[in-house]
Design a binder for this molecule. Structure first.
Ligand code: ATP
Length: 888
C-alpha cells in the first residue's frame, strides 16, 4: 500500500462503507512528525486512515502567524472548507478527538528562516559562506574594538611598532649569538640596550593590545551569558553590554542622582530585562526597536534615556516626542514621565485637544511632548509646532501606529522631526516582521532587542478559553462566572462601542459596579472611567480596545474577552492588562462557534507563551471547544510540548469515528502537509491559499486519556444558538454530562422527525451510501432519500442516537443508472490502472482550479476533490515538486 494511501483498516469495520473516509478538520496541524510515539504500548492502531484534503481557508494568514510566531515547531492551519461553507456537522455527531503533535526533529521554521536569511544574504548556509560570515564577524569585532578602544593615530603607531618589533625579532634570531654584546664597545652597547629597551616596550604594548582584545572577547562572552539568563535576544552590531543593576547607570552613563532617587521612590529595585538592554542601547546613542511582553516596563525604558540625555530644560523648543496610539496611553505616559523627572525642572506635556488647537508652541516651553499622531499632525499643520529640533522620537505601541489608520499621520510626524541626528526608537509587545521591515527604512544601524519570545503573551497570565456556543451563551457564561466568583478589578473587552453600550445596559443594574469606556464618551468621561477603575470604585470595566494597549491598571485580576479578539496581537495586548510587572493574572476568552476558525491564532499565542492553560468544562459537548497545552508523559519525554486540539469529523469518517472513537479518546495523527513556501512579500492577512493535507495515521493514544469533571450545576449552551438545559439526571456519576438526545428549550429534538421516521420506517427510504461510495452519485448526494418525496438526509447531520441504531436496518439500496458520473468513474479507474497515461499535477498546481490529473492523450481532467471516495485509497503517491516536473 503506498505510504499516503487512505484506508480505514478496522477489524470492527462492518461494511465497505467504512473502508475509506474523509473528514473536515477545523484545525489541522501541518507537517506532523512521521514518527509515532515511541511506546508502542500506548497506541492501539485502530482505524488507520489517510485524509487527503485540499484546504481552502485563511491559511496564508496562518503562514503569516507561523512566520511571526517564535515557536518554530508548531503550526496550526485550517480551517479547510470551513470558512467558505459552514459544515453541516450536527453537534451530536461531532466527536472530541485530541490530536497530539510531537515536536519536529528539525524545526521547519529554522530552515525557513535560514532560507530567508540566505536570500537576504545574512546568515551563512554552507561552510564557505559560514567561513566568510565568521571572518566578517571577526572583522566587525576587530573594527569595533579598534573604534572603541584605540584612537586612529595611536593605532597606526602601534601597528608600525609591532611591525618593526617583529622584523627586529626575526633579525635577532637570524644573527643568533652574533647579536650578543661585545665587551669594550660600551658606546654601541648602550645604544643597543636602548633599542632593546624600546623593542621590549613595543612588545609590551602589543601584548597589552592583545590582552585588551582578549578582554573584549571575554566581555562579549559574559554579555552573551547574561543575556541568555535574562532571555534577552539582540541583533545589530557593537551592542552595548546589558545593565546588571541600576547603579551602573551612574558609573557607566553618569546618570544624575535625582533620577536614581526617583527610581528608588518608585520602588524599582532592579531593571527588567528590556530595561537592562534597551536603556544602554539608547544611552549609547543607538536607535532601537524593542519587543518585550506586556507589563515589562517598556515605558520607563524609553523615558529614562530621554531624561538622562536632555540633561536640563531648554528654550529651544520640543526636544523629545513620544507617540502613543490612544489619548489614554498618552496621558498615562505623561504621568509616568513626570514621576521619573520629579525634582528636575522639565516641561513635559501631553498634547490635549485644547493645546493642539490654540497654543503656539514657539511661545510655550516644552521639552518632552507626548501625543497621539493625529493631534500632532493637526498642530504641525496649523504651523504652531516645529519639530525640527527633536532629538528623540519614540513610537510606543509601534505596530499599532503602523496600522493603516495611523500610518499616514505617523509618517507625517516622522518627516516633521527633521533633525538629522535624531534618535528613533520603536517599542511594543508585538512586533510583526512587516513593522520591523518598515522601521528599518527609517532607522540607522538600529539595535533589535527582543525579550523572550517575540509576539508572545506574558508568562504570568493564566489563560483560559471557554466555549459558549452562541451570543446568548456569552451572557449566560458571564453571569455564571460572576455568580461563582467575582474577583475585581475585572476588565471586560468587547468588539466595538455599540457592543460596549449594549453590554453595559445589560449589566448596569447588577451588583458588580460596572462602568464602560469607549470612544463615544467625552474626554472627561473617559478619564473618569479610567480613574474610577484605578481607584477601585468600578469593579467591572466594560471596554473597547481603546484601553487594550499600554494601559497600566495595577492589579487587574482578570481580563475577560467577551468578544473574541481580532488578531493574536489584539489578544496579547488585551490580556496583558493583567499580570503586569511580574504579578499574576488571569485571562478568559469566550468564544462561539463563529469564532472557531480564528482560534488557531490564539492557540499559537498560548503555546508560545508556555503558560498554564485551562480547558473549559464545555469541551465535552462539541469538538473544537478545547485547545490544551500539557506535557506528554506517555513517551517519557516530559519536556516536549504536546498541543491538544479538537477535530470535527464529518462525512463518512464522521461515521467511522462515531463507531470507533469514544468521546475524550486521544488520537495521534501523523501526516504531511504539502505546501509551497510562502512567497516573499505576501503578508496580507486577507490572502488565502490552498494546502493539500495528507494525514497518514490516526492512532489512539491511551496514555493521554483524561476526563473532565463538571463542577456545580451547569447550564450548558449548545452550539448553533440552541440552548440545552441539562438537568441533574443528565449527569453521570463521575460528573460528566450525558447529552442524550439533547433536549432543547423549545422541547424539540434537533432534526428529530425525519431521522425518527428513517429509523422507524427504513423501507420508505433509499439508502444512497453505497452509490456515493462507488462514485455513481456525487459526493454531495444525500445519504438517505425518502421515497417519493424530496426529503433528504445526510449522515453528517445525524444525531448520535441515529448512528447507533442505524446499522442493520433494512433500507433499499439506491442504485441509479450512471450518467455522466459513470464516465468520470471510468476515468478514475483508468488513472489507477494506467497512471503513466496521466499527467500528475497535484504537487505543482499554480492555479487551484486546474485539474489534479490530466490524460496525456484525451486531455480529460480529474479533480481529487470531487473524486469518488474509493479513489483516495489507491491514488499514486504525491511526488515531490522536483520529481513531479519530470512528468510533463
Ligand atoms: N524595574 C522595575 N521594577 C518594578 N516595577 C517596574 C519596573 N519597571 C517598570 N515597572 C512597573 O511595571 C508596570 C508596567 O510597566 P509599563 O507600563 O511600562 O509596561 P509596558 O511594558 O509598557 O506594558 P505594555 O506593553 O502593556 O504597554 C508599571 O506599573 C511600572 O511602574
Amino acid at each position: 500500500m503506498p505510504r499516503h494511501t487512505m484506508l480505514a483498516k478496522n477489524d470492527r469495520d462492518e461494511g465497505p462503507r467504512h473502508r475509506h473516509a474523509t473528514f473536515t478538520i477545523p484545525y489541522v496541524i501541518s507537517d506532523l512528525v512521521a514518527q509515532p510515539p515511541t511506546e508502542a504500548s500506548t497506541l492501539t492502531n485502530r482505524p488507520t486512515v489517510v485524509l487527503p484534503h485540499a484546504a481552502n481557508g485563511p491559511l496564508f494568514n496562518t503562514l503569516g502567524d507561523y512566520r511571526y510566531t517564535s515557536d518554530p515547531t508548531f503550526m496550526l492551519t485550517g480551517p479547510p472548507k470551513f470558512l467558505n461553507k459552514k459544515p453541516s456537522v450536527p453537534e451530536e455527531l461531532e466527536k472530541m478527538v485530541v490530536i497530539v503533535v510531537r515536536e519536529r526533529p528539525y524545526p521547519r521554521r529554522r530552515r525557513h528562516h535560514c532560507r530567508q536569511s540566505q536570500a537576504q544574504g545574512k546568515t551563512p548556509v554552507d561552510s564557505s559562506e559560514k567561513l566568510q560570515f565568521i571572518e566578517k564577524e571577526h572583522r566587525t569585532i576587530d573594527s569595533s574594538l579598534e573604534n572603541l578602544e584605540i584612537p586612529e593615530n595611536e593605532k597606526s603607531e602601534m601597528e608600525d611598532e609591532r611591525n618593526t618589533s617583529v622584523v627586529k625579532k626575526r633579525k635577532r634570531k637570524e644573527k643568533g649569538t652574533g647579536s650578543d654584546s661585545v665587551e669594550g664597545f660600551s658606546v654601541f652597547k648602550s645604544s643597543k640596550l636602548k633599542k632593546e629597551a624600546a623593542s621590549e616596550e613595543n612588545d609590551q604594548s602589543v601584548n597589552e593590545l592583545l590582552e585588551g582584545k582578549k578582554e573584549y572577547y571575554r566581555q562579549l562572552e559574559r554579555d552573551a551569558i547574561f543575556r541568555k539568563e535574562h532571555n534577552i535576544h539582540v541583533s545589530g552590531s557593537n551592542i552595548p553590554s546589558p545593565l546588571h543593576s541600576f547603579a551602573e547607570l551612574r558609573s557607566r552613563y553618569k546618570c544624575r542622582l535625582y533620577l536614581l532617587r526617583n527610581l528608588t521612590e518608585l520602588g524599582f529595585k532592579e531593571p527588567t530585562p528590556i530595561q537592562r538592554q534597551a536603556i544602554p542601547v539608547l544611552l549609547s546613542g543607538r536607535e532601537c526597536f524593542a519587543c518585550a511582553p506586556t507589563g515589562s516596563g517598556k515605558t520607563f525604558t524609553f523615558v529614562f534615556p530621554i531624561l538622562v540625555k536632555l540633561k536640563h530644560t531648554s528654550k529651544d523648543g520640543v526636544r523629545a516626542v513620544i507617540l502613543s496610539p490612544t489619548k489614554e496611553l498618552a496621558a498615562q505616559t505623561t504621568r509616568e514621565c513626570r514621576k521619573l523627572a520629579k525634582g528636575k525642572k522639565f516641561y513635559i506635556r501631553s498634547m490635549t485637544k485644547q493645546l493642539a488647537k490654540s497654543n503656539d508652541f514657539s511661545k510655550l516651553r516644552c521639552d518632552v511632548l507626548i501625543s497621539t499622531p493625529l493631534r500632532l499632525q493637526f498642530a504641525i499643520r496649523k504651523g504652531k509646532l516645529d519639530l525640527s529640533r527633536v532629538e528623540f522620537l519614540v513610537l510606543d505601541e509601534s505596530d499599532k501606529l503602523f496600522e493603516a489608520g495611523m500610518l499616514e499621520q505617523v509618517d507625517f510626524v516622522v518627516k516633521a522631526c527633521s533633525n538629522p541626528s535624531i534618535l528613533r526608537s520603536l517599542f511594543s509587545a508585538t512586533l510583526p516582521d512587516i513593522v520591523e521591515d518598515r522601521a528599518r527604512t527609517i532607522m540607522h544601524d538600529a539595535v533589535r532587542v527582543i525579550i523572550g519570545r517575540k509576539n508572545s503573551a506574558s508568562e504570568t497570565i493564566k489563560q483560559k478559553l471557554v466555549y459558549v456556543g452562541s451570543e446568548e451563551g456569552k451572557l449566560l457564561a458571564l453571569r455564571q462566572s460572576f455568580a461563582e466568583s467575582l474577583n475585581p478589578p475585572v476588565l471586560l473587552f468587547v468588539q466595538n462601542k455599540e457592543r460596549a453600550k449594549e453590554l453595559y445596559d445589560e449589566l448596569k443594574l447588577e451588583n458588580i459596579r460596572p462602568d464602560v469606556i469607549h470612544s463615544d464618551l467625552s474626554q472627561i468621561q473617559r478619564e473618569n472611567a479610567v480613574d474610577n477603575f484605578r481607584a477601585g470604585k468600578t469593579w467591572v470595566l466594560i471596554a473597547t480596545d481603546v484601553v487594550a494597549r499600554g494601559m497600566d491598571f495595577k492589579g487587574v485580576n482578570c481580563v475577560i474577552n467577551y468578544d473574541f479578539p481580532d488578531s493574536a496581537a489584539a489578544y496579547i495586548h488585551r490580556i496583558g492588562r493583567s499580570g503586569r510587572a511580574g504579578r499574576s493574572g488571569e485571562a478568559i476568552t469566550l468564544y462561539t462557534e463563529a469564532d472557531i476558525p480564528f482560534l488557531r491564532n490564539i492557540a499559537n499565542v498560548i503555546m508560545s507563551s508556555g503558560v498554564q492553560f485551562e480547558t473549559s468544562v464545555d469541551w465535552k459537548y462539541c469538538a473544537s471547544t478545547v485547545i490544551a497545552h500539557e506535557c506528554s508523559s506517555s513517551d517519557g519525554d516530559d519536556n516536549k510540548s504536546v498541543l491538544m486540539i479538537p477535530v470535527v469529523f464529518s462525512g463518512d469518517l464522521a461515521h467511522v469515528v462515531a463507531c470507533h472513537v469514544k468521546e475524550n479518546d486521544c488520537v495521534y495523527v501523523s501526516g504531511k502537509l504539502s505546501v509551497d513556501p510562502l512567497p516573499v512579500g505576501f503578508m496580507d492577512e486577507s490572502f488565502q491559499s490552498c494546502f493539500h493535507i495528507v494525514a497518514e495515521n490516526v492512532n489512539f493514544v491511551e496514555g493521554l486519556k483524561r476526563r473532565v469533571c463538571v463542577k456545580g450545576s451547569v447550564k450548558s449552551v449548545y452550539p448553533k444558538g440552541k440552548n440545552f438545559v441539562l438537568d441533574e439526571n443528565d449527569r453521570q456519576n463521575d460528573g460528566e454530562v450525558n447529552l442524550g438526545e439533547g433536549k432543547s428549550e423549545e422541547g424539540g429534538v434537533m432534526g428529530g422527525d425525519d431521522w425518527r421516521d428513517l429509523v422507524k420506517n427504513p423501507k420508505q427510504w433509499w439508502d444512497c451510501r453505497k452509490a456515493k461510495l462507488d462514485g455513481v452519485v456525487k459526493a454531495r448526494h444525500p445519504d438517505f432519500k425518502k421515497k417519493g418525496s424530496s426529503v433528504s438526509l445526510w449522515l453528517e447531520n445525524a444525531p448520535s442516537w441515529v448512528l447507533e441504531g442505524i446499522e442493520g436496518l433494512g433500507f433499499d439500496v439506491y442504485a441509479p443508472k450512471s450518467k455522466g458520473v459513470g464516465k468520470e468513474v471510468d476515468s478514475w479507474k483508468d488513472l489507477l490502472e494506467n497512471p503513466d497515461n496521466w499527467w500528475d499535477n497535484r504537487a505543482r498546481k499554480m492555479n487551484q482550479k486546474a485539474p489534479d490529473f490530466k490524460h496525456k492523450n484525451t486531455g480529460i481532467g480529474l479533480w481529487v476533490d470531487s473524486s469518488p471516495d474509493w479513489v483516495f485509497s489507491q491514488l499514486p503517491p504525491l511526488r515531490e515538486q522536483g520529481a513531479a516536473s519530470s512528468d510533463k
